[in-house]
Design a protein around this ligand. Structure first.
Ligand SMILES: [Fe+2]
Length: 331
């Protein structure tokens, strides 16, 4: 596997904007704000929201991601990597959470999930003992297979935002855009049929009375679908039940290979923010060794809804009973 080497789509936040963001976030922190209140209309002056919207331009729809540098330049080191997503974390990290809530809510609808990380709006992605080999963000020793974020749900995010607190081993994100994947017309047609069941991942509390989400019957959905401006993807092989159809399975394998061939390794340095278009790009991560001593890889994650339509058939999906949490109801 040779990751492609080409210029990264990136943008730098003007120092003045980063400074105003840090000052505003610290002021909110002193006043006892939460990410939810920061994300509300009253959280930030409209002028700052406008600056942030400009600085955090959405990724283009072919490449599927953008790296933004300098957004958090007004902050000091966030302190040790917490032992768990619940924390504890430093006051500086609390202020960074507020800054990310301000910045991401300028782009679209910031939300969370009731049964993921206690309904928080800004998640901690860090290795947690006992989860090393699972297909979740808290893993480390295993390859995190490329996937669409929250692929099981019709309200999955349009945009995934990852902000790097620290990344001592330089473990980047691997990103593959379906719009750069070489697929035959036949493969596209097969993968556009609603034949795959995608269950929630193990970061969601399992259903009551069942050991696994696989015991719950879910809808069958297509892997590929067409937006007005091109091909889109809904893909999570680690949590998918595939049909017993050799033709389909051959096309699914062809997609896996095509995504592998166009995969880009996006380097993630401290303070970098990566925006991933969750409808065109799948993402993953290579294995790394966790030390659990406060120096481990630590990302912040936020998910954003945009005003972009999805296939009409998705509207009837129950989403395995998983509810979103909007800022008004979040903590
Ligand atoms: Fe993910």
């Amino acid at each position: 596997m040779t990751p492609q080497v080409s210029a990264l789509p990136s943008a730098a936040v003007p120092p003045g904007t980063a400074e105003r963001l840090a000052r505003t976030a610290r002021g909110l922190a002193r006043a006892g704000a939460t990410p939810a209140s920061a994300a509300s209309r009253a959280g930030a002056p409209e002028a700052l929201r406008g600056e942030l919207r400009t600085a955090l331009a959405l990724p283009d729809r072919r490449r599927g991601f953008r790296v933004v540098t300098g957004l958090l330049a007004g902050f000091a080191d966030p302190g040790p990597t917490p032992p768990h997503w619940r924390g504890p974390q430093s006051a500086e990290a609390d202020a960074i959470d507020l800054a990310l809530a301000l910045a991401t809510s300028a782009l679209g609808r910031l939300y969370g999930w009731a049964h993921q990380q206690d309904g928080r709006l800004v998640h901690n992605i860090l290795p947690i003992p006992g989860h090393e080999d699972e297909q979740v963000g808290a893993s480390s020793a295993t390859l995190l297979t490329r996937h669409t974020e929250d692929a099981f749900h019709p309200l999955r995010p349009h945009l995934l935002v990852l902000a790097v607190m620290r990344n001592p081993e330089g473990v980047g994100s691997s990103v593959s855009s379906v719009r750069r994947a070489a697929l035959s017309a036949e493969d596209r047609a097969r993968l556009s049929r609603p034949l795959v069941t995608i269950t929630p991942d193990d970061s969601y509390a399992p259903p009551e009375g069942a050991a696994s989400w696989r015991e719950v019957e879910g809808p069958r959905t297509p892997v590929l679908w067409a937006a007005d401006d091109g091909l889109c993807l809904r893909y999570d092989p680690a949590y998918s039940v595939l049909p017993d159809d050799p033709g389909f399975l051959g096309s699914y394998d062809a997609l896996e290979k095509a995504l592998q061939d166009c995969e880009e390794e996006v380097p993630l340095g401290p303070g970098d923010v990566i925006l991933i278009d969750n409808d065109v790009a799948a993402h993953g991560r290579r294995p790394f060794r966790a030390r659990y001593d406060g120096t481990d890889r630590w990302l912040k994650r936020a998910i954003i809804g945009l005003d972009r339509p999805r296939p009409a058939a998705e509207a009837a999906e129950p989403g395995y009973g998983q509810r979103t949490v909007e800022p008004e109801a979040a903590r």
